[in-house]
Ligand binder design. Sequence first.
Ligand code: PLP
Length: 371
Amino acid sequence: MPALNDILTERLKHAENKGLSRKLVASSLESGPFITREGRRYIQFSGNDYLALRAHPAVIEAAKHATDEGGGSGASRLVTGNHAYYGPLESGLADYKKTESALVFGSGYLANLGTIAALVQEGDLILADKLAHACMLDGARLSGATLKRYAHNDTTHLSRLLEENRSNYRHCLILTESVFSMDGDRAPLREIAQAAQRHDAWLLIDDAHGIGFGMECPDAIWSGTLSKALGSYGGYVAGSQILIDYLTSHARSLIFSTGLPPATIAAATAALAVLAQEPGRAERALRHARRLSVELGLPEAESPIVPIILGTPEAALDASHRLAEAGLWASAIRPPTVPPGTARLRITCTAAHEDTHIDQLIHALRPICKP
Ligand SMILES: *Cc1c(COP(=O)(O)O)cnc(C)c1O
């Protein structure tokens, strides 16, 4: 396909010139906050394993044990893939989110995609936070509903959009994250829920980065992932029993995709149990992030995520290289993952970091934050 290859080469060059090319680098998985890339070992600050549960002995043990039943689930959940490991995880997730029920999907991406597209359609309205995750926006597009964006965490703007538009549409769905993935700040959930209630709108909150950090909101629909703080893989939706029954027969990303492997589900269940027994893990990650942000003169962190906004893709890549020279790993985050002009280092602190790791990071980041 010579013509195709020529066109793709041209597009790749274009991205490269803008500092936006991406490549996959083999990375080792280690326990603790370490990573080996291209033969070099670093202390890493880029993963989403906030509670250090990914390689927890109880999680590994549960996954190994479940693997005795086989590698995969063999079919979609509605056919024969709904193995016995699903039940305890779904009831655990529902308890954790204080909802009647929960439903596990193949990933967080698939959970949002399938749920949004199943709930609304053409003639309905979606109001999404400007920084809502790409998979919520993809779900919104797939649904056929009209999508409007409100300024980030701006409930005044949200209320105005509701006042101006709500009556022109049949149903309205509001989309936000609980803790924002690239900025680490928290959504004003109570105010958003009040606006939703006033205007007869539904609210879907993506809790992908909020697990362990006590994000609450009565009457909301929750989505989330098993692959970040829970250290495994997969996604879920939590809400009323009726909602879960409806999604079980209407969410296409659930219906037309194979169930997750037993090991994946068992690992997430074990991680959820450790999370309940050891709340200190979340506190420790948060304490590191607070100290880091305060000592660097940044707004105090509200989650383990601390963004260091640098502007251009080149500035973010340069900062990432400088940290690497000091033996610290933080990947550069560039558009389209973040808006143009806000390329950054997205630092994540975890329960596995020691105070000395944070000290080293602060030392290396000082000249980058105050050039
Ligand atoms: C990572 C992420 C997802 C996707 O979850 P996966 O399980 O990785 O597919 C969804 N929403 C947000 C906010 C995320 O950060």
